[in-house]
Design a protein around this ligand. Sequence first.
Ligand SMILES: [Zn+2]
Length: 65
Amino acid sequence: MTSDEREKAVAVCDECATICTAWIAPGADAVSISPNTGCDCEESSLRVLDAQTVFGSEELRPASG
Ligand SMILES: [Zn+2]
């Protein structure tokens, strides 16, 4: 296990739909890279979007559940 396993990914806050860049690592929650994400949620729940989700469609669909 090394810290090299972490990767950059795009994540979206499920609370306010703010999109930011985050570090992801196996077995860990996504952590926002920048402190200035525009998300002011007390408990931001970042959901990682894979590249296909982000770049495969022109608009994000709201989560359905
Ligand atoms: Zn938020």
